[in-house]
Design a protein around this ligand. Structure first.
Ligand SMILES: [Fe+2]
Ligand SMILES: [Fe+2]
Length: 359
């Protein structure tokens, strides 16, 4: 076994010296099948290697580059952040102990950020204490590699994590297709322009203000786009009428939460969004639809989105009503929450947040 600066290579790659690694154009160790694995990608997967030792970063880069991966290196956490900012990678391999921020801190940072949380993060550690591994798990690491790193093990892990990444990317694409569909539904009613985006932003802000966990905040954001997706099945003549619906038309309109839930149901990634879609028209006193739930039965996420949704509707002009001022909308919602429509505490928290934001 060849060990170079903490990196080990299996016997079959013994003939690859640093120089040949550097200059070999055609990968000696990569079989046609391995290269073929990369063919379905539109571009080679991008891997970010973070290590303060240039020799290790260089060797890993060469080894992965030989397999067709697009590899970039960073010597510390700050450089890694800048690289991710420049172009988001498909996988990050990071050393644990580095000058400045540690690999744990870098991992936690990326996992806390919705834009980077789905990038698989592998910690490469020379530490053998199980406590260190626990710290890595707590930081959100997806996998670990021990130093000295075995070339075969490295490639096997990289391949399996990239397969997982490809799968989550596909789910993300389906998510974004549905969100776009939400915007198209919104676009059928010219009076609701920008409603979904405002709702997504404000509902996520209220979630953060209430110190909810990251998954709930993401669900609120998606809920902003998807809550009225079921209106796709509501004919234009009913959707654009807005008010004075006949009993029959009202019956059709009231189906949209269940229709929307059914469209999104097959997607596991939207699990937390489904109750938002289904219950965003329930009322605390049980007078809402589709299930006539009372406050204790309505999950908190739909109650949050509802407060933000109602406020936005009050603040927007419609053919049958003018836009209300912030003060008038706040007064209306406080009265309606006392009458049993909306969650009183969430209404106060939302106005506390909006007024603090405006101050
Ligand atoms: Fe709705
Ligand atoms: Fe809405």
């Amino acid at each position: 076994m060849l060990v170079v600066d903490g990196m080990s290579f299996p016997p079959n790659s013994r003939n690859l010296t640093w120089q040949t690694l550097r200059t070999t154009a055609k990968p000696e160790g990569a079989s046609e099948r391995e290269m073929g694995d990369l063919l379905p990608h539109r571009r080679p997967p991008r891997i970010l290697v973070v290590d303060d030792q240039p020799s290790i970063a260089g060797l890993m880069s060469q080894l992965l580059g030989m397999r067709g991966y697009d590899v970039v290196t960073a010597a510390n956490a700050e450089q890694a952040e800048a690289e991710v900012e420049r172009q988001v990678p498909d996988l990050i391999l990071s050393d644990v102990i580095m000058p400045g921020k540690s690999g744990y801190e870098l991992c936690r940072e990326f996992k806390d950020n919705p834009a980077t949380r789905l990038i698989p993060f592998v910690l490469i550690t020379g530490l053998t204490d199980s406590g260190d591994k626990l710290r890595g798990i707590e930081a959100g690491a997806d996998d670990f590699l021990n130093k000295p790193v075995l070339a075969e093990e490295l490639i096997a892990r990289v391949k399996s994590l990239l397969r997982l990444k490809e799968f989550t990317d596909e789910l993300e694409t389906v998510d974004s297709v549905l969100c776009t569909l939400g915007l198209i539904v919104e676009g059928r009613d010219p009076y609701t322009e920008g409603h979904c985006e405002r709702l997504a932003t404000n509902a996520a802000d209220l979630g953060r203000h209430l110190r909810l966990d990251q998954d709930s905040i993401i669900a609120l954001r998606r809920g902003g786009y998807l809550h009225d997706l079921g209106k796709i099945a509501v004919p234009d003549e009913i959707l654009k009428k807005g008010s004075n619906l006949s009993a029959e038309e009202w019956g059709v309109m009231k189906l949209h939460p269940v229709t929307g839930e059914n469209i999104c149901k097959p997607l596991k990634s939207l699990r937390l969004v489904l109750p938002i879609i289904r219950h965003h028209h329930e009322h605390s006193d049980g007078s809402g639809y589709p299930d006539a739930l009372n406050k204790s039965e309505i999950p908190v996420l739909p109650r949050i989105l509802q407060v933000v949704d109602v406020y936005d509707a009050l603040r927007t002009a419609r053919p049958y009503k003018p836009a209300l001022s912030h003060e008038h909308a706040a007064q209306t919602m406080r009265e309606e929450s006392r009458r049993g429509l909306w969650d009183t505490e969430l209404v106060s928290e939302y106005f506390f947040m909006l007024e603090r934001r405006a101050a």
